[in-house]
Each structure stands twice: as structure tokens, then as C-alpha cells.
Design a protein around this ligand. Structure first.
Ligand SMILES: Nc1ncnc2c1ncn2[C@@H]1O[C@H](COP(=O)(O)OP(=O)(O)O)[C@@H](O)[C@H]1O
Ligand SMILES: [Mg+2]
Length: 267
């Protein structure tokens, strides 16, 4: 890292680190959800956030987005404390399809990503329209851009919502359970799309999921919430039967095929 990149960083943290947690804990409704988070997530990584339902994955996303304050410790996101409405972070929220007005055409759903941002006032201008078309093409949604959001498939809705998150050109993309409700093929396509965006844009990806399998061939790191504490690790260290069995409180096997593919199976 150069001296310049370190100076550009408000906190003095390395620009190589997208998210830093120092002894962080979080409470909701007066109850500690998890504590003892102490790790750095590298800039440009594709990181899964895994754990069983209720472990605190969405809560972790809420902390990064500045929606939930930590009850202890220090969080640094893209070199600064978390802040609501951070325009350097694109969000694909959990269960978003329920919130979006189904009668709006997909193309306009993407434009909604600019509302409330500094570009919001110019949504109708030519340059914004060109940006929307570009990001629709990037997620392979041009074909159904003028269909109503409520009438396209779950996988297509997810592409549009990813485009909506990308329209602000974020440095970090946070996706909360973006595979929920998709069939296996749809899940694979969304993970491959997010991986391509991660590689091509260099954007740091935090991908919340309760099912690790569709992500195994793509992620370079994981945050896993084990017994009320988040840990950071590499797939080689985390993806083993013992750890995953503890994580999900159910026997998990890790299988490797002759081709080097790896997947997990509950018994
Ligand atoms: N608004 C809230 N107030 C109080 N407790 C909450 C709230 N939202 C979630 N929780 C609790 O926090 C815990 C973690 O929730 P969440 O982060 O949504 O888990 P996950 O996304 O891993 O399924 C759960 O026990 C949940 O019941
Ligand atoms: Mg959740």
C-alpha cells in the first residue's frame, strides 16, 4: 500500500480494509445478539455472512449500514464510522420484493435507487437514463427492462434490485439473503452475477446467506456467527464438517468431487 492511499483514509486505516470490527458487540431489545467481533474484511473481497436463522446476519448488515449502533467496540466501514444513507454502499435488502410496487416497470425500479441520493434531483435527465440502461445491461436485464416488476420472475426481480443497488456506483455491495425463494438454477445465476460484478468493478461484496452451498465456488472469505460471536475466515479453514456441524447445530458433511468441487450436505 502506498502512503497516499493511507492518507486518503479518514481513520488512518489501510485502504486495503473495507470493514473493520474491533471488539464489537450488538444488542437488540436489550439482549446481546452477538459480541467479540474482531476482524478485518479486505477491500474487493467476496465475503459470505453465514449462520443459522436468528444468529444475527441481518443485524450485522444493519451495523455496516449504520442502521443499528454497536453496543460496544468500534466499526470502520470504507475508512469511516458507519453512517445511515452511506452513498458508497449499495444494498439489496431482505424480502425486498414485498416492498417494491409491482406495477412499476423494471427500468424505473433501478432509477428508484437514486432517490434520496445527491443524484436524486436529476433522475429524469439524459445522463441518468444512460446510466440506468448501462447498469440494466450489466445485470442482463435489458430484455425485460420495460416489463412490470411484479410480472417478471424472482430471479429477474433480483437482477433488477441488484441494478438498483449498483446505480450509485458503490464501493461496497451488501446483499441480505438474495437467494431466498429462488430455485437452484436461479441461485447459481445470481451468485455468478454477483461474482462477476465483484471482479469487474472491484466492489467489496458482503453476501448474507443461510445456505453456503451456492457460494462455495465463488467466495474468498466468510464471516460466520458461532455461539454468539462472529469470526472471519477463509473457506479452506471454515468449510469443514466439524465447524459447520457446530454452526448449524445439525450434522453437516463436507464432500469434495474428483473435479475439485466442494459442497456440504446435512445428514
Ligand atoms: N427489531 C428487533 N428488536 C429486537 N430484536 C430483534 C429485532 N430484529 C431482530 N431481532 C432479534 O435479533 C436476533 C438476530 O436477528 P437477525 O439479525 O435478523 O438474524 P438472521 O438475519 O441471522 O436470521 C434474532 O434473535 C431476532 O429475534
Ligand atoms: Mg436475516
Amino acid at each position: 500500500m502506498t502512503a497516499a492511499s493511507s492518507e486518503n483514509n479518514v481513520s488512518g486505516l489501510s485502504a486495503d480494509i473495507a470493514l473493520s470490527m474491533k471488539n464489537v458487540a450488538v444488542e437488540r431489545g436489550g439482549r446481546t445478539i452477538w459480541s467479540g467481533a474482531d476482524f478485518d474484511v479486505p477491500t474487493g473481497s467476496f465475503t459470505a455472512i453465514i449462520g443459522p436463522n436468528g444468529a444475527g446476519k441481518s443485524t450485522t448488515a444493519g451495523l455496516v449500514l449504520g442502521q443499528i449502533p454497536p453496543s460496544n467496540g468500534t466499526i470502520t466501514v470504507l475508512g469511516a464510522p458507519p453512517a445511515r444513507g452511506n452513498e458508497r454502499i449499495g444494498l439489496v435488502p431482505q424480502n425486498h420484493t414485498l416492498d417494491q410496487a409491482g406495477s412499476i416497470v423494471c427500468r424505473d425500479v433501478v432509477g428508484l435507487g437514486l432517490i434520496g441520493t445527491k443524484w436524486g434531483a436529476s433522475i429524469r435527465t439524459r445522463s441518468i437514463a444512460a446510466d440506468v440502461d448501462k447498469v440494466l445491461a450489466e445485470v442482463d436485464a435489458t430484455r425485460f427492462a420495460y416489463k412490470r416488476f411484479g410480472e417478471v420472475s424472482g430471479g429477474q426481480q433480483q437482477r433488477v434490485t441488484i441494478a438498483q443497488a449498483l446505480i450509485i456506483n458503490p464501493d461496497m455491495l451488501v446483499l441480505d439473503e438474495p437467494l431466498a425463494g429462488l430455485d437452484l438454477q436461479g441461485q447459481v445465476e445470481i451468485v455468478e452475477l454477483v461474482h462477476r460484478i465483484n471482479r469487474e468493478r472491484g466492489v467489496t461484496v458482503l453476501f448474507v446467506t443461510h445456505d453456503l452451498n451456492p457460494l462455495l465456488a465463488h467466495i474468498d472469505s466468510l464471516i460466520y456467527i458461532l455461539d454468539g460471536r462472529p469470526f472471519f475466515g477463509k473457506p479452506d479453514d471454515v468449510v469443514n464438517a466439524g465447524l459447520l456441524t457446530r454452526l448449524y447445530s445439525t450434522p453437516v458433511q463436507v464432500l469434495r468431487t474428483d473435479e475439485g468441487c466442494i459442497f456440504t450436505r446435512t445428514e
